[in-house]
Write a protein that binds this ligand. Structure first.
Ligand SMILES: Cc1cc2nc3c(=O)[nH]c(=O)nc-3n(C[C@H](O)[C@H](O)[C@H](O)COP(=O)(O)O)c2cc1C
Length: 338
């Protein structure tokens, strides 16, 4: 093990030393007073695990069968929009790492690596996360590219009903490409490794979406165009359209409510991601762990439930599994573990 990075917390500290402050604020910040971000971390401390030492189990089994594929561990990489701002080619690098460890990797619609490059890097562990679009021709074109490049799992995010305004990003004047104001330039100069790598790889752009953006638009107009292209409020009709359009596995991400969970089942979803978007959307949102038992009751014992928010260790993964209804790894339902 690399002694500098003995935990995710150590990685976070290291990242803050290597990336400009505006990028760190974008990565680590939440919405409002960030109480939901805090709650996501603290939620895990409330779940206690009682260990059984004298049972006759063999080695722990960590692999997971999920949506037609066997992965080596019960966790994966969540979608991150604008990852190239945090580190150049972040999505490509993480897709490759996920493939090497046989873990799922979710590529965001707003990744800065395009859909084809990410699939080539991550192989069949790569899933595509879609923000539904207003223009169905544009949406169909993106889905067609996903199909052609071999994606089997589509994750539809439903928890961004409107454009989000996070205070740290507003304060930093966060924009794509970065606005070169004095304070931004000073932050960049303080992180020469990041600056050099960005120079080599180029200013990050929303690569999957760029073919649909009119060429004559200025940078600022391009961002406005893309923000306006997203069908922020996802209705049951929209889900029905996507279900009939997408022949592969369909996952709905951003569910915290039992009525929504039932709707996902009725819409033919193959799995649900119980998530508050890492505390980045609604500061009053509950911790996903608190909603899991109720959602499990509504969707029944068989629908795979995926959970995120504040997970920073294997212990947090174990806590989440307990809350999904597995007292121990060997209690996982058939489709999650064999
Ligand atoms: C910088 C950043 C960008 C994100 N971009 C997306 C995105 O494009 N699509 C999406 O569905 N979720 C996005 N998320 C939410 C994550 O996929 C995930 O739900 C959340 O980060 C989990 O909480 P955690 O950060 O506490 O682990 C983003 C999260 C972060 C931190």
């Amino acid at each position: 093990m690399d002694r500098r990075f003995s935990s995710i917390a150590a990685f976070e500290k290291g990242a803050k030393r290597r990336i400009p402050r505006f990028a760190a604020d974008y990565l680590f910040g939440g919405i409002g007073a960030e109480s939901c971000v805090l709650r996501n971390r603290e939620g895990f401390n409330r779940v206690l695990l009682r260990s059984e030492h004298l049972c006759s189990a063999d080695h722990p089994v960590c692999h997971t069968n999920l949506l037609g594929k066997r992965y080596d561990a019960p966790f994966g990489v969540a979608p991150i929009g604008l990852g190239g701002l945090i580190w150049p080619r972040a999505a490509e690098l993480m897709a490759t790492a996920a493939k090497n460890h046989n873990l799922p990797f979710l590529l965001s619609t707003f990744a800065t690596t395009d859909i084809e490059t990410a699939r080539a890097a991550g192989g069949d562990s790569t899933w595509f996360q879609l923000y539904p679009m207003i223009d169905t021709d544009m949406e169909d074109a993106v889905l067609e590219r996903a199909e052609k490049s071999g994606y089997e799992v589509l994750v539809v995010t439903v928890d961004i009903p409107t454009i989000t305004r996070r205070e740290r990003d507003a304060r930093n004047g966060l924009s794509v490409p970065p606005r070169f104001e004095l304070s931004t330039l000073l932050q960049i100069m303080a992180r020469p490794g990041w600056a050099l790598q960005t120079l080599v790889d180029g200013i990050p752009r929303f690569e999957t979406m760029m073919p649909y953006v009119p060429k004559e638009l200025s940078n600022e107009e391009q961002i406005k165009f893309l923000a306006g292209a997203i069908n922020a409020h996802v209705t049951p009709e929209k889900l029905a359209r996507l279900r009939s359009r997408w022949k592969g596995w369909l996952v709905i991400k951003g569910v915290l409510d039992t009525a929504d969970a039932r709707l996902c089942v009725d819409s033919g979803a193959d799995a649900i991601v119980v998530s508050n978007h890492g505390g980045r959307q609604l500061d009053a949102a509950p911790h996903a762990l608190d909603m899991l038992p109720m959602i499990r009751e509504v969707v029944g014992p068989d629908l795979p439930l995926i959970v995120d928010g504040g997970i920073r260790s294997g212990l947090d993964v174990a806590h989440s599994m307990v809350q999904v209804g597995c007292e121990q790894l060997s209690d996982l339902p058939e489709h999650l573990l064999d």
